[in-house]
Design a protein. Structure first.
Length: 234
């Protein structure tokens, strides 16, 4: 970017070049984990350049990619030479780096942060752990011409039913999973939560407090911006 300025000596206008380092996001535009990072970038209005990694071509397994993400998975970010992978770790990094108290998504108070970490653990251990393989069985297998294991779908649906019953009790007492303030723990649910009804699983909408919570999350501009695909934001 170039900007004009007038010298302090009153001479004619000159131009200087301001080099603005934009965060680089490497992932697949339809990936749930890539979207999890992109949501946070949009929440915080952080400009980023998106690099689509073609999973079908195996670009995530190339040596140059694995030099940054040794497991050959998406996403990872490059923030002025600092690289980090794993979507939840990236989200925490982005929030810790953010100095604006109005856009913080992790509480700074010791006890509130502990409750946030509790909620974040609940998402990974009691929601994602079940929702991800359920979506895989119903949706992803079909894309590759594989047969859905209906017994496994029934088993996973039963387990998720029990977990969301607990969510319903928690959310009957508070607005969000970690209390009455939005946190990363809530936003982490969006990518797979949005795919459940696509897979024919309507457990979220069957519970009034869970539905109220998730409907609010899914109406946020950050999710609306990435729900279909991730794109660069200048």
């Amino acid at each position: 970017m170039t900007l004009p300025f007038k010298s302090v000596c009153g001479h004619s206008y000159r131009r200087i070049i301001l080099i603005i380092m934009v965060l680089q996001l490497y992932g697949f535009f339809g990936s749930t984990c890539t979207k999890r990072v992109a949501i946070v970038l949009h929440e915080k209005k952080i400009p980023f350049q998106f690099h689509n990694v073609d999973l079908a071509k195996g670009e995530q397994k190339l040596a140059e990619f694995k030099a940054k993400q040794p497991f050959g998975q998406v996403p990872y970010i490059d923030d002025e030479g600092f690289t980090i992978f794993e979507s939840r770790a990236i989200a925490r990094y982005l929030d810790d780096k953010d100095t604006n108290p109005q856009t913080k998504l992790i509480p700074q108070d010791l006890k509130k942060r502990a409750v946030f970490e509790q909620a974040a653990s609940v998402e990974q251990s009691n929601f994602d752990y079940i929702a991800a393989p359920l979506v895989y069985e119903v949706l992803i297998k079909k894309r590759y011409g594989l047969e859905t294991d209906t017994a496994k779908v029934a088993e996973l649906t039963g387990r998720l039913t029990q977990k969301l019953d607990v969510y319903e009790r928690i959310l009957s007492k508070q607005k969000y999973l970690a209390g009455d303030e939005l946190t990363l723990a809530d936003l982490f649910h969006l990518p797979y939560g949005a795919l459940l009804p696509v897979a024919g699983v309507y457990l979220i909408q069957e519970r009034p407090n869970v539905a109220r919570w998730f409907n609010e999350l899914s109406s946020r501009p950050s999710w609306q911006a990435v729900k279909d695909k991730v794109e660069s934001v200048a």
